[in-house]
Design a protein. Structure first.
Lengths: 244, 341, 290
């Protein structure tokens, strides 16, 4: 089966800093890929390149055969990629329902059907009862849920989650993992998760890609990656080498 | 219920003044409705889409001039001229706006001011529109009220009344149109672009396109307003239609009333226009006349609203006040039955 | 060719004065990203101050520059504390809108007090020097404008020293970079902002005092200078003091050359058009870093 997303040798520079150097990865349909690495490894930059808010200086990004390296974010969304953000974003002055309707309007032009779909999705992600709360007034956990709901409303084939668990309590984290599982099993999306919380990423992912200092260090099944010396060194430093 | 009363008031407002021959108040009503309509138009780009346009009068002028030219050179009926004015204004707006959609916030605001300032020497010197000497719209004599409504021509006494109802009609059309937009996909997308442009793009909203659409809707409303004004004034002069008041009053009405609220500009216009007229009336021909006292007051109002009530008058706790007023009404004479709790 | 060179020379001199007009805006913007529609009105107040003191007390504008600067500094701080401080916490539109209100208030306040009649400063040192020229290879350089320009340049350099070489200036730069970090080291941002407003207002008012020697004084003089100042600050890279100077020189020359070849009504059109072009193609300005 052809991969859904192909990142080919993506390089992105900011002045003298090379945030991504020659990064290649693929994502198959219905796959959950974890993207990990220490802070500053270039994970969010890569997401930004895939999502279109940045464009790679070198290399290509191909979605299902279509080159999206230079595409604007709205086109990339139309082609089937949705994302959440490292710092949670919402349309603060609109209600939760209105936020999701904005997403749903991607697939239907009329507000009526968009609203119905939005209500369904809010129920699916566990925000039922909070439809009329103004987004700015939601708790952080609910804001993140809303962000995901809104992204789902655009009917993506690939969902990019950027540190969706950060700032959550263990209880909230478990609920969020549960949600991601449900999204995957019931909606059949491919999902790419950037995460620092190992207890979340490892059990959730089919495959893990590790970035360090802008380069891809290694990739593979979670268990293998967790034992990989280079990964341990990247995260914990030389002292922990050999303690796999 | 409230709407029924309001509609009735709006429809019947000029009748007593017509009877007593006080055309002046009809004209005040005309100005209130015109500015309310422009305010609603401005609210689309400023309140909903969150892009602050400080030079919308260029579309007011384009509307007035296009309608005047169509009427003078091709004998267009006023309503056809209005449609033509709207079309031209929208096209020009799209052309002007698309390039500057990259600008955000105040960069965009200054760009709109810059456009307005460029328009002024053009208006004063362009031969097609007769430069600063202006264009004069011919009006046929005679014709009753109905004829006037169909042609926007009210020679003689019926002018105040006629233009009041014309402005009421256009205002109603604008209000209903805006309401429809507010509830449509466009309305959602405008507000999304305002709240978080990057987030909006990530869910598939072409922010540049929708900024253009929002501004074009405003341009359409301003063009219609400009047409109405032109036929009222029977002359179009560049320094009148590009006057700073047409930039600032609609925006003020929207902000004072409640930015982003459908009825905000209406409340704002009802509050602000009479201030200006009151100043003109009380200061009359005295030493302070024409000294811009009304603008001083406007300036003070703007600063007060910005500093203390940025969400406008509609955001005042009307419901709470109304409840308190009702609560202070005398208790009913009969004692409440003990079973009622 | 001489026409062109003359226009360039005139433009450079005007550019120095424009730099003084624009630098206050650059400081306020660079520090707190605030837009001030009333910027030109403060300049206009400086002009009226110069005229008023000249007519009533016979003071030369070069002398009244000092008290006017002090008073306008106070006015700037007052405006910040009473109004801008409040709206700073709110949305950007409210900030812009508040200064629009200030614009109407000041301009029409002056109209109410003095009418819109044009006034002139007469008998000042610089106006008496008018007609005195230096000649540089066929190009005439008027002494009054040259002196005015040099004064502006001098003030500009003083400002540069203040910002770059004093502790206070360093504190301002720190606040501009990272307000929270500045607070952590004991700098009070509110104080920085108030001073910035005071300085910016004083500088533009002094520019007005100098300009009053060459231009008619009337209440509506401010707005085109406000937009001009914005064009300059945008061109120079918002927040860069040196960039403002260079950009102002460029703008002065563009305006002057335009006026030499096109009808006078269009002299500003090119400048405003450039602002739009800069915004589109090089938003960081000619000299700024984004």
């Amino acid at each position: 089966m052809a991969p859904l997303l192909q990142v080919e040798r993506c390089t992105k520079r900011f002045g003298g800093l090379v945030a991504n150097r020659d990064v290649s990865l693929t994502i198959e349909p219905r796959e959950i890929v974890g993207l990990i690495g220490p802070n500053g490894a270039g994970k969010t930059t890569l997401f930004n390149c895939i999502g279109g808010s940045l464009h790679p200086d070198e290399g290509r990004i191909v979605l299902d055969g279509t080159d999206i390296s230079a595409a604007r974010p709205e086109r990339i969304c139309r082609l089937g990629i949705a994302r959440t953000w490292q710092v949670v974003r919402s349309f603060g002055r609109m209600t939760a329902l209105e936020n999701v309707i904005c997403g749903a309007l991607r697939r239907t032009s009329r507000v009526g059907p968009a609203r119905a779909r939005a209500l369904d999705l809010l129920a699916f992600t566990g925000l039922a009862g909070k439809e009329d709360v103004v987004a700015a007034a939601l708790t952080l956990a609910d804001k993140k849920r809303l962000e995901i709901t809104r992204a789902l409303a655009t009917s993506p084939r690939l969902l990019l989650l950027d540190e969706a668990m950060s700032g959550l309590t263990p209880f909230e984290t478990a609920a969020a993992v549960e949600l991601v599982r449900r999204i995957h099993s019931e909606l059949g999306l491919a999902i790419c998760v950037v995460e620092h919380v190992m207890e979340v990423v490892m059990p959730l992912s089919h495959r893990v890609v590790v970035l360090d200092h802008g380069e891809k260090l290694t990739e593979g099944p979670p268990a293998e990656v967790a034992r990989d010396e280079r990964v341990i060194t990247a995260y914990l430093g030389d002292r922990y080498r050999g303690r796999a | 219920m409230v709407w029924a009363i309001a509609t009735l008031v709006a429809l019947l407002y000029p009748i007593p003044f017509e009877r007593s021959g006080q055309i002046y108040y009809e004209t005040v009503g005309f100005l209130v409705l015109l500015n309310a309509m422009l305010g609603i138009g401005w609210n689309i780009i400023g309140g909903w889409a969150g892009q602050f346009d400080f030079g919308p009068s260029i579309f007011f002028a384009i509307g007035a001039y296009t309608a005047a030219l169509l009427s003078i050179h091709w004998g267009f009926n006023a309503w056809l001229a209005l449609l033509g004015a709207v079309a031209v204004s929208v096209v020009i707006c799209a052309a002007l706006t698309y390039p500057v959609t990259r600008l955000r916030g105040h960069y965009f605001a200054i760009a709109t001011v810059a456009m307005w300032m460029i328009a002024q020497p053009i208006g004063a010197t362009w031969p097609l529109i007769n430069g600063s000497q202006g264009l004069f719209i011919p009006v046929a004599a005679g014709g009753g009220f109905v004829h006037g409504m169909l042609t926007m021509e009210f020679p003689g006494r019926g002018k105040g009344l006629g233009f009041y109802y014309l402005s009421l009609l256009l205002f109603a059309v604008t209000l209903l149109g805006a309401r429809a937009v507010e509830r449509s996909k466009w309305g959602f997308y405008f507000r999304a672009v305002r709240d978080d442009q990057d987030g909006a793009e990530a869910i598939g909203i072409d922010s540049r396109l929708y900024k253009v659409i929002a501004r074009c809707l405003m341009a359409a409303v301003f063009a219609a307003g400009g047409t109405l004004y032109g036929f009222w004034a029977l002359a179009v002069f560049p320094d009148q239609v590009l006057e700073v008041n047409w930039n600032i009053l609609p925006m003020m009405a929207a902000v004072v009333g409640g930015l982003g609220r459908l009825w905000g500009p209406v409340l704002g216009a009802i509050v602000l226009i009479p201030i200006s007229q009151l100043m003109t009336a009380t200061l009359g021909a005295g030493p302070l006349a024409g000294r811009g006292i009304d603008l001083i007051i406007y300036g003070a109002v703007i600063m007060l609203i910005a500093g203390w009530r940025p969400n406008g008058l509609l955001s005042l706790p009307w419901a709470a006040w109304a409840a308190r007023v009702r609560g202070r009404a005398p208790a009913p004479a009969a004692p409440t039955s003990p079973e009622r709790s | 060719m001489t026409i062109f060179l003359q226009a360039v020379a005139d433009g450079l001199q005007m550019g120095l004065l424009y730099a003084l007009v624009a630098v206050g805006l650059a400081i306020i913007w660079g520090l707190m990203e605030m837009i001030n529609f009333a910027h030109g009105e403060f300049m206009m107040l400086g002009m009226f101050g110069a005229w008023g003191l000249s007519v009533s007390l016979g003071w030369d504008p070069l002398v009244s520059m000092v008290p006017i600067a002090v008073v306008m500094y106070g006015l700037g701080v007052l405006v910040y504390r009473l109004l801008m401080q409040r709206v700073q916490r709110g949305e950007m539109f409210t900030q812009i809108f508040a200064t629009v209100g200030l614009f109407f208030f000041i301009q029409n306040g002056v109209v109410a007090l003095f009418t819109s009649d044009y006034r002139f400063v007469e008998g000042s040192l610089l106006t008496r020097l008018s007609g005195a020229n230096l000649s540089l290879g066929g190009v005439r350089i008027g002494v009054p404008l040259l002196v005015g320009g040099l004064i502006a340049l001098g003030l500009f350099l003083l400002l540069y020293l203040l910002i770059d070489r004093t502790d206070f200036g360093l504190a301002m730069q720190a606040t501009a970079e990272d307000r929270d970090a500045a607070m952590l080291v004991g700098i009070r941002p509110q104080r920085m902002y108030a001073v910035a407003w005071g300085l910016g207002t004083a500088l533009v008012a002094v520019a007005g005092v100098i300009l009053a020697n060459f231009f008619s004084v009337y209440p509506q003089a401010g707005l085109s200078f406000t937009v001009l100042a914005y064009a300059i600050v945008a061109l120079g890279g918002f927040g860069s003091v040196l960039g403002t100077l260079l950009a102002a020189l460029v703008v002065g020359v563009v305006q002057s050359v335009t006026a030499a070849y096109l009808p006078p009504a269009f002299k500003d059109a090119f400048v405003f058009g450039s602002y739009i072009l800069i915004g589109l193609f090089r938003p960081q300005g000619l000299f700024g870093r984004f």
